[in-house]
Design a protein around this ligand. Structure first.
Ligand code: URA
Length: 243
């Protein structure tokens, strides 16, 4: 396979605009297989190790960015304030959100450049778990638990079984879904005569929000990527397609 232009690849890795990375290359701070390369148009041979400013650069075919979405941001490119405003430093042009969180919902929002991964993560066939922390106006009940477990009827459609649990306080619950319909959590509780007053996504498949500060974003680790691809049946396919 023909190699990719060095400036194009570095821009795709989020190191700057095409102009900025061309300047970086010309300044002699980029090495390919240990040799300084100063031509931004250099075609990078497949598998060649790359260093930028003395640090090895892991070349990725796809990016996956995990954001701790704060309330008040819209999962949209065109409406504001947009979640994309929180992704500065990442190659936002090619990143798409994996599902949506409502403007007032907080928590884990994943973005990816991999269309097949996105499709599989959002398609109910793959039953990827989405775990939410939910604060309710009224306490949840054992009947809610049973109704969700058996698959609630919403708009004439039977939902997939969902797990509802809580500790000491039945107004502070966790709900795990295996599909992602429009306003699903809020509508499920509304159908039970209750109301969601706070909603935060804690986990998506094997990914955990953890202690990532609100408003911050980070790339997935290699272990997280591998677990994610595994979760949707794309495991063992060298998903990052290392160059
Ligand atoms: N369900 C909702 O109702 N809202 C969200 O943002 C996510 C899931």
């Amino acid at each position: 396979m023909r190699g990719e232009r060095l400036d194009k690849l570095l821009a795709r890795m989020g190191l700057g605009s095409r102009k900025e990375v061309a300047r970086l290359v010309r300044s002699g701070r980029v090495r390919v297989a240990g040799e300084v390369v100063q031509d931004p148009g250099y075609l990078l041979p497949e598998g060649a190790p790359l260093e930028v400013e003395g640090r090895p650069l892991r070349v990725r075919r796809h990016h996956h960015v995990l954001l701790h979405k704060p309330a008040g941001y819209v999962t949209s490119r065109t409406e504001g304030p947009s979640v994309y405003a929180l992704l500065q430093g990442f190659p936002t042009r090619d990143l798409s959100p994996v599902g949506r969180l409502d403007k007032d919902t907080e928590g884990l929002l994943l973005f990816t450049t991999d269309g097949e991964l996105l499709h599989r993560l959002t398609h109910p066939r793959h039953k990827v778990a989405k775990r939410y922390l939910v604060h309710l106006l009224n306490p949840a009940t054992a009947e809610d638990q049973k109704a969700f477990r058996e698959g609630l009827l919403l708009d004439g459609k039977r939902l997939l079984p969902a797990e509802l649990c809580w500790g000491e306080d039945p107004t502070c619950v966790e709900l795990t879904l295996r599909e992602g319909r429009f306003h699903q959590v809020k509508r499920m509780f509304a159908a039970r005569g209750n109301r969601v007053v706070y909603l935060k996504r804690l986990a998506l498949g094997p990914l955990l929000l953890g202690d990532l500060p609100k408003g911050e974003a980070r790339l997935l680790t290699e272990a997280e990527e591998a677990a994610l691809y595994q979760a949707v049946g794309l495991g063992g396919q060298n998903p990052q397609g290392e160059v």
